[in-house]
Structures are given as C-alpha cells and as structure tokens.
Design a protein around this ligand. Structure first.
Ligand SMILES: O=C(O)CCC(=O)C(=O)O
Length: 274
C-alpha cells in the first residue's frame, strides 16, 4: 500500500518539559484518532528554542523523551517522527530527531547537519553553534510505504542535501523546523515549495505554534506540499493539527511525466556525498 495519512502537530512549547510532552501526547492521540499513520512533531518540541535552555533540557539516548516516543508509537501502532530534542552524547549537544515505527523501534536518528548561525542586521541574531555540535550523517528512514528523508529546519536551505535525500530514494521529505517571524514570511513557503518541486517529493515542514512570551518567535505555518509544488495544507500560527493523504504512486507518476531526476546531466556535473 502506497497511500497513507500524515499529520503535523503544531504545538506551542513552553518552559516545562513535562507540559510539552503531555501536550504532544494529547495531540498525537488526536491525530491517531483522525486516522493518521505517520505523525510529525516540530523542532525542539520539548524545549524552548533558545541556547540557554538546550543543556538543561538535554537527554542522552535512550532517555525520558525518547522512551515516551517509543512507548506511544507502539501503543498506538503509528510512526512518529519525533520533531527534535537537545541530545547529549559524550559531553556534546546535538539537535536530534528520533523516529519510531509502529512497534516503537527506533528507525532513524538525524542530527541537524547545518547549524543556524545567522545575523540579520537589526532583525535577528542566532548562533546555534554556541551550544550545539554538527551532525554528520544523511538520514533516510525506511517505512512500509517507502523511504522518507529527514532534515531539521536550516537543513532545508541546502538544496544539495535535499537532492541527496531524493537520490537516496526518498519520496517524502519531513522537516521538523522552527523558522521565525523574520525569515519565515520571506522564505518558508518558497523553500518548502521549491524543495518539493526540485526533487519531486512530498515535503512536510512542522513548526511550533507561536509563543509570544518566548525569546524566539516561531513562524508557525506548518506546511504540506505535493511533488508538483502545490500546497496541500498549511497551519496558521496557533496550535493545531494539519493532515494530508500522501500517495507515493503520485510521486512515481509525476516523475514519469516530467522526468527531472532522469534528465540530470551527470556526464557534466554530479553530486557526490559520503
Ligand atoms: O533558516 C531559517 O531562516 C530558520 C532556521 C532555523 O530557525 C533553525 O534552523 O532552527
């Protein structure tokens, strides 16, 4: 079966891990009741997105949050792409996304590859590399439906990585993310649509809801785009769930009709990766 329902839980993280996890659980259960097969959480869903909180909220794997994700996915018999959390290993912090299958088994661990270090004059400064270390692995997870590529937020700005995920067989790219009120309005939709269109994949980007009390104001607008670049569903800035049917046969159809991936001139240029 190539069809399934995906849902994004756009929750609003607060400065309390237990509250965030409880809220995520309520939303995941609701999405399951709506018939979802794969449920996606946002970047840093259990922690405020702020360098000063990452260490306090961090966990080694396996830990409190990942044990809960695993238990819930097996209890509900669903896939969970568990947003991301601050992960601690050997004294280093990573921004890591853990994915679990219907049996609660870990099927993917993506550490953010591109760290968000930006300084847009008078608008926004953020330097993830002050606290976080770089991941070093490409992540494609296997499901009963096919392959899904995983990226975290700023990773989606790098077309090479997105293309690699498609070349590795992904027909859907899922991105737990947290754009902001500066770069979100400028680039979020454009990037989601462009990455879907370039790679002829479904593209799902999951944002937190906006919390006006937090230092970092998330853009919201979780989005689901089809392989022709059309927006299928988009949230606003509030908490809520958005869903869509994903059909990998449709990806095959689009790739047959407009064979962009086949038409690449690998005799002239080639993307290489480890
Ligand atoms: O690329 C952007 O504009 C936002 C990226 C971001 O917020 C992140 O990587 O966490």
């Amino acid at each position: 079966m190539d069809n399934f329902k995906i849902s994004v839980c756009q929750l609003k993280p607060e400065n309390n891990k237990e509250t965030n996890i409880k809220k995520a659980e309520i939303m995941i259960r609701e999405a399951k009741n709506n018939g979802s097969d794969i449920i996606v959480l946002p970047e840093m869903f259990n922690c405020p997105y702020d360098n000063k909180f990452f260490l306090d909220y961090s966990e080694e794997y396996p830990g409190y949050t990942t044990a809960w994700l695993s238990k819930l996915s097996s209890e509900l018999g669903i896939y969970i792409i568990g947003g991301s959390i601050p992960e601690l290993e050997n004294g280093k912090l990573y921004n890591t996304s853990f994915s679990f299958n219907r049996k609660g088994e870990l099927i993917g661990k993506h550490r953010k590859l591109h760290l968000f270090d930006i300084d847009i004059e008078d608008k926004i400064f953020f330097k993830e590399s002050d606290t976080l270390s770089y991941g070093s692995k490409i992540t494609v997870i296997d499901t009963e439906y096919g392959k899904i590529g995983i990226a975290i937020c700023y990773d989606m700005r790098f077309p090479e990585y997105m293309r690699i995920l498609a070349l590795e067989g992904a027909k859907l790219i899922v991105v737990p993310a947290a754009f902001n009120t500066v770069t979100g309005p400028m680039h979020w939709n454009l990037l989601a649509r462009a990455r879907a269109l370039d790679n002829q994949v479904y593209f799902v980007a999951a944002s937190p809801a906006r919390n006006i009390h937090s230092s970092y104001k998330a853009y919201g607008h979780s989005i689901i785009v089809d392989p022709f670049g059309n927006i299928i569903n988009e949230a606003n800035i509030e908490e809520g769930i958005i869903s869509a049917k994903i059909d990998f046969d449709y990806v095959n159809k689009i790739r047959d009709e407009l064979p962009l991936l086949k038409h690449r001139r690998e005799d002239l240029y080639k993307i290489s990766y480890k």
